[in-house]
Write a protein that binds this ligand. Structure first.
Ligand SMILES: *Cc1c(COP(=O)(O)O)cnc(C)c1O
Length: 462
């Protein structure tokens, strides 16, 4: 299996190299050159399989020679062992024809655990084989950082440094990053905003000497291996509701477009998905782009669903690549225009996108209202991101086609928004109840790349 860059000017890599690299050198994103196809028989055979076994069948054709079946099986077992639900990604019915896919039973209570836990294991195997040591540095507004720390804590050959904006993450999010006591975990509270964290991260990657010296690696959501891990639950959910004998729709609370892109991959593999509905909060650039064809970047407006507060959706580039008939020159052109503020999607590409995607948005009030409505109608408490999804999904329900809305985080991760909506602060699940009693460990760091470099050099366990 060969991996190519959406911009066509980076080396072709195998799966393992694409995973360890993250971003392509030409600034593009890696994609498999061809998408493996699943027959209806192969899809039907996934029914009732344990999650890990379904994952093995779905992921394996993308790996080529990079990992053996035995290695992948062990990685999957270890990755999902600590999930709080035996189904890993259980479905719960909200209304006739509308189902919630609960993706928050992992160790940090957001869907990011599905991908991060698996790549933690795969990195470990690859590094053991090569004897290489790496330094993972990530920037987070909350969920990615905790998922990465949880996945890489205590692993040999890896140091993990997470930059988060000091004073600007929720207490649960902060404690998830500062309470693990493993020596290879370094939570860095940066004096600045999330944008500053991302900018300093880019500075580190752009310093090639430093990058080579510490073996810098990235695990943000553009990493292909993360997208691939998320393809699995589209299959398991659709099959439990009657696929491949039946078409299903999905609605996905969307920010960086990684999660919903996994749905598109599942569809291209042969899973009968009708509509993939992009649900955005008030930061609705994707909704506007998919309806008008104009992708114009504005200012991020902070919302009660912060993990979707984004203007430039990195993974959208992969959907654009396919919509532009896999033409890297077209992608280079529009990405250059994006640097200057935005671009117009061509008529043909927009039509292609609209064949797969629909979209909608939810305002802050609509999101709070939906948390309240679902609590009244079902007793279920939604996190604000999932509520954005449910609100948009209800507008797109079709007769006779089951709708599956992805619940991306546990409500206890966002207690303030939930309390505003229904006057209740949701409890943390049992495995996390000690969170508020544990000692915290974090380092304040200036918003300065040189300060960061010396800190990383001093702290890592070379
Ligand atoms: C990351 C995140 C999202 C957005 O997912 P993308 O893959 O970036 O589109 C939505 N909800 C929650 C809770 C998240 O953590």
């Amino acid at each position: 299996m060969r991996y190519i860059s959406t911009r066509g000017e980076a080396p072709v890599l195998n799966f393992e190299q694409a995973m360890l690299t993250g971003l392509a050198r030409d600034g593009g994103l890696y994609l498999p050159e061809t998408i493996p196809q699943f027959s209806t028989g192969e899809i039907a055979a996934l029914e009732s399989l344990p999650y890990g076994e379904a994952a093995l069948r779905i992921i394996k054709p993308f790996l080529g020679e990079s990992f053996s079946d035995d290695e992948l099986t062990k990685a999957l077992d270890a990755a999902y062992a600590d999930f709080g639900h035996v189904a890993r990604a259980p479905l719960r019915q909200l209304a006739p024809g509308h189902h919630l896919l609960e993706l928050f039973h992992g160790p940090t209570l957001a869907f990011k655990d599905f991908a991060m836990q698996l790549i933690g294991q795969l990195f470990q195997i690859a590094l053991k084989r090569s004897g290489q040591r790496i330094t993972i540095v990530g920037a987070t507004s909350g969920d990615t950082g905790s998922a990465a720390i949880e996945a890489f804590r205590g692993l040999d050959n890896v140091d993990v440094f997470i930059l988060f904006p000091h004073g600007r993450v929720s207490e649960v999010q902060r404690r998830q990053m500062t309470t693990p006591d493993d020596a290879n975990v370094h939570a860095l509270a940066l004096d600045g905003h999330f944008d500053d964290c991302q900018a300093r991260l880019k500075d580190l990657f752009n310093d090639h000497d430093f990058r080579d010296q510490v073996g810098l690696a990235g695990v943000n959501s553009i990493n292909w291996a993360r997208v691939l891990a998320q393809v699995v639950y589209y299959f398991t959910a659709a099959v439990s509701l009657g696929a491949p004998g039946r078409v299903v729709d999905f609605t996905v609370p969307t920010g960086n477009f990684g999660d919903i892109l996994a749905g598109l991959v599942a569809k291209r593999m042969g899973l009968p998905i009708g509509q993939l509905v992009v649900a955005t909060n008030q930061n609705d650039i994707l909704h506007r782009a998919l309806t008008s064809g104009e992708y114009r970047v504005g200012e991020v407006e902070p919302s009660i669903s912060p993990s979707m507060d984004i203007q430039v959706s990195s993974n959208f580039e992969r959907a654009l690549f396919w919509a532009y008939d896999s033409d890297p020159a077209a992608i280079r052109q529009i990405m250059a225009e994006l640097k200057a503020g935005g671009f117009s999607i061509s008529q043909g590409a927009l039509q292609a996108l609209q064949e797969d995607f629909m979209s909608g948005r939810a305002s802050e009030t609509e999101t709070l209202d939906m948390i309240r409505t679902i609590r009244d109608e079902t007793g279920e408490i939604l996190c604000p991101h999932s509520a954005v999804g449910v609100k948009v999904a209800r507008e797109k329900l079709r007769d006779g086609v089951p709708m599956i809305t992805l619940a991306t985080a546990h409500p206890a991760k966002f207690p303030d928004a939930v309390e505003t909506a229904i006057g209740i602060r949701p409890d943390l699940p049992p495995h996390m109840q000690g969170l508020f009693d544990k000692a915290e460990r974090q380092t304040r760091v200036e918003n300065d790349v040189e300060a960061l470099k010396s800190l990383i050099l001093e702290r890592r366990m070379a």
